[in-house]
Design a protein around this ligand. Structure first.
Ligand SMILES: N[C@@H](CCC(=O)N[C@@H](CS)C(=O)NCC(=O)O)C(=O)O
Length: 223
């Protein structure tokens, strides 16, 4: 009997890194339990008891503790080889890993200036030339992947994969900050937002009412 999985996450409204593996697991029907923490004065102590890195997400499989989104996604790909975490073709797989790695280590201007805040609508707030450079790169990436894979479905590599889970928080930021994108990217944004798992996450975020709750002071630099 395989060990059961527990995913540690934080506020749905703010925690962009939590959203990525949660969305992947939910959209691809992987069984898991969730332990949701809240960004609060006790957060660091609580998560540090599970993972010394002190951040979410963390995936626990029996004695095994896996932290950092890329490592979690690779573990899931090995544990669920038939669930389509990565695209089927080796070249696409390498490209999908490249875009996830670029998301993981890049787009710092966008991430800092436009943090994920699902319940808010802040048109234009945080815009700068450096943020626009990140937006332009994302638009170029989405446009070229969509034109290459349009025949196989509405996602970056046709069918939903880890690449879409990695960019889901960017889709959300673009809604919050009302970032204008070309029609091909608008279609992609709609496809991500329409995923039942994404809708479930968004509904959870709205139910948190972070803006009026005590969590608001803890939201900065949580990305
Ligand atoms: N490189 C990590 C980043 C994880 C991360 O930064 N998580 C944020 C929440 S979205 C966090 O736990 N922040 C805690 C803090 O800033 O104290 C990953 O890919 O999982």
């Amino acid at each position: 009997m395989p060990t059961s999985l527990t995913l540690y996450t934080a506020n749905r409204n703010y925690s962009s890194w939590s959203l990525r593996p949660w969305l992947l697991m939910r959209a691809l029907d992987m069984p898991f339990k969730e332990r949701q923490l809240r960004f609060s004065p006790g957060f660091h102590d609580e998560i540090s008891r599970i993972s010394p890195a002190g951040r979410v997400p963390v995936l626990v499989a029996g004695e095994l503790v896996i932290w950092d989104t890329l490592a979690i996604v690779e573990y899931l790909a090995e544990r669920f080889p038939l669930h389509g975490v990565w695209p089927a073709q080796p070249g696409d797989r390498a490209r999908a890993r490249s875009v996830c790695a670029e998301m993981h280590s890049g787009f710092s201007a966008l991430r800092q200036a436009m943090p994920m805040n699902i319940e808010a609508r802040l048109p234009g707030l945080g815009w700068s030339v450096r943020v626009q450079d990140d937006i332009d790169r994302i638009v170029a990436l989405w446009t070229s992947l969509r034109s290459a894979h349009a025949a196989r479905g509405p996602f970056l590599f046709g069918t939903f994969s880890a690449a879409d889970a990695f960019f889901a928080p960017v889709v959300s930021r673009f809604e919050t900050h009302q970032v204008a994108t070309p029609p091909v990217c608008d279609d992609y944004r709609r496809a991500v937002l329409a995923l039942p798992a994404m809708q479930e996450w968004i509904a959870g975020a709205l139910a948190e009412h972070c803006f009026v709750a005590e969590d608001e002071p803890y939201r900065r630099s949580r990305d």
